[in-house]
Design a protein around this ligand. Structure first.
Ligand code: FMN
Length: 252
């Protein structure tokens, strides 16, 4: 996987919801499968799988119509949703970087009759195919995102946090908050209110995995040594209404 190219794609990507009906040829589908095999996991001990299926194998509310759907399966272990976001965002960026459309789909599921269902748990889908709308944004102002000041405290690692700021999230809720100090970025997620908890609890964790992927790609680009870890002090000092997710230690 060309992580440098994925990093560059962060600044132009967008969700694509209009696709050509034309099926991708086997060579392209193999290219996507090989890219999946080249992704970096956040938690390597969690067993995962990806299946690429046609439209008649999925169902769901407000479904984006595409010729192919990527179905992500995982063991249900602690951290599996973060791991899902981290891995599948590499595929979202990869698809965009090779000229294919991509859209995360939180409400699309494999049909029960789906014959090859893996023994792992289905987590989430991505739609893909040839785009029939603009694939890229022209500049950063086209991203509908919270300003940097609303999502971070501390003024270190601004260009790394900028990459996380542009990450996609379910209903564009952007649940993240970052606190920086001399050598670390501490990552937090908003606690959803009672009503939103049912939908957002799962999606917010995937969103956090996506933002960690963008932080990681940006830190790689800036040639930092990166170590994800849990920092008990950062956890204890979580901002009001946020829960602690992870810390990233950055070494130059
Ligand atoms: C976990 C997740 C689930 C999503 N589910 C859907 C969905 O069901 N339908 C849809 O049209 N878009 C879905 N999206 C796309 C978001 O709406 C989109 O990423 C967000 O509005 C930001 O826009 P952008 O991706 O064009 O930058 C989802 C995104 C994420 C990260």
């Amino acid at each position: 996987m060309n992580f440098e190219k994925l990093y560059e794609t962060i600044f132009v990507r967008k969700s694509v919801r209009k696709f050509s009906d034309q099926l991708l040829d086997n060579e392209k589908l193999t290219f996507i499968r090989n890219a999946f095999n080249g992704t970096r996991p956040f938690l390597p001990s969690i067993d995962i799988d990806l299946k690429i299926v046609p439209r008649n194998s999925v169902k769901g509310l407000l479904m984006v119509k595409a010729p192919h759907y990527l179905l992500f399966f995982s063991e249900n272990k602690p951290g599996y949703l973060l791991n899902t976001g981290f891995i599948l965002q590499q595929i979202d960026l990869f698809l965009s970087s090779v000229g294919l459309g991509s859209c995360w789909l939180g409400l699309t599921k494999p049909k029960k009759v789906f014959p090859e269902t893996s023994s792992l748990e289905f987590v989430i889908a991505l739609a893909t195919g040839n785009p029939e709308e603009n694939l890229y944004r022209k500049n950063i102002s086209e991203f509908n995102r919270k300003p940097l000041e609303q999502i971070r405290k501390g003024d270190k690692f601004e260009d790394i946090i900028e990459a996380a700021r542009l990450a996609p999230s379910a209903t564009n809720s952007q649940p993240w908050f970052f606190i920086t100090n001399n050598n670390s970025i501490h990552c937090y997620c908003i606690k959803p209110g009672l009503l939103k908890r049912i939908i957002y609890k799962k999606m917010n964790k995937i969103d956090m995995g996506i933002s960690l992927c963008h932080l990681w790609l940006a830190a790689l680009n800036k040639k930092f040594g990166i170590n994800f870890h849990t920092d008990p002090d950062a956890k204890r000092n979580s901002p009001d209404d946020y829960y602690y997710v992870k810390s990233i230690l950055l070494k130059q």
